[in-house]
Ligand binder design. Structure first.
Ligand SMILES: [Zn+2]
Length: 260
């Protein structure tokens, strides 16, 4: 199953369940994908989904050099209270790694010091755990008012899970971001098709943003679509999934077959 979200579709703010029932908004039950489900996130936009513990998801940089900001909130929490929900925490994770980025087999922790996601596959091996999401004022200060930002993408992506504004955006794990402070490689280094996989360790809602930051060479100067595949399970190696992009999806993305 492949979902292709149009940019407009990511801007919805419909009321939604966040893992508890009842209350004035009478949230509907959360839906979890239990079968492999591909979602193409449009360039410079965001997307969020509820994920079940025990499943795996994969993020794919379809065209190379694209940073993907990632945030997560642990379920359940009452609709409208995302600001106080347990969430993914780069700084708690850095406490456990003594300041270095995580490698395959290591978890990302929550701000309650619980293992939330585990990195189980990684073809790029360069990510950032130190910087905030790009935000509207950052672009305004550069004379670019109205420029898309990861922070606003997160608000839009999590709006159906109760997020209302920028103050509720948490510090992200920046997939494929190469921060020169930690690494001497060239700015950004993911190649077309590079991917990471995470195992979900606690039921949660996870959001991703194709970073719109197109200044100074970041994201290759032109943000691009990325792919998230949720509902995966462990493959034969017991760690990563056995997911392979279907020929149909490959053609839809690249305009030609895998071997054409
Ligand atoms: Zn960004």
């Amino acid at each position: 199953m492949t979902q292709i979200l149009s940019p407009a579709a990511t801007d919805t703010s419909a009321s939604h369940s966040v893992g508890k029932s009842g209350g004035p908004n009478a949230p509907a039950p959360l839906e979890f994908h239990t079968k492999p489900t591909e979602t193409i996130i449009p360039a410079a936009h965001g997307y969020a989904e509820a994920l079940k513990a025990g499943t795996i998801f994969r993020l794919v940089d379809l065209h190379g050099l694209q940073i993907i900001d990632m945030s997560a909130f642990v379920l359940p929490y009452a609709y409208g209270s995302i600001a106080s929900a347990e969430h993914l925490s780069p700084s708690y994770t850095l406490h456990h790694t003594r300041g270095t980025p995580i490698t395959v087999g290591e978890p990302i922790y929550s701000n309650m010091d619980r293992e939330l996601l585990r990195l189980v596959g990684d073809t790029c091996k360069t990510h950032d755990m130190t910087f905030m999401s790009c935000f509207p004022k950052m672009y305004e200060d550069r004379g670019l008012p109205g420029h898309r930002s990861c922070a606003q993408n997160m608000v839009e992506a999590f709006s159906r899970f109760g997020m209302q504004g920028l103050p509720e955006v948490r510090e992200p794990f920046n997939v494929f971001q190469n921060s020169p402070y930690f690494c001497k490689k060239a700015l950004n280094c993911s190649r077309p098709g590079d991917w990471v996989e995470f195992e979900v360790l606690l039921d949660c809602v996870v959001g991703w943003s194709s970073c719109p930051f197109d200044q100074e060479g970041w994201s290759g100067g032109t943000p691009t679509d990325v792919l998230v595949v949720t509902g995966l399970s462990k493959g034969e190696n017991g760690l990563t999934s056995d997911y392979e992009m279907s020929e149909d999806t490959y053609k839809r993305i690249y305009g030609k077959g895998k071997h054409e």
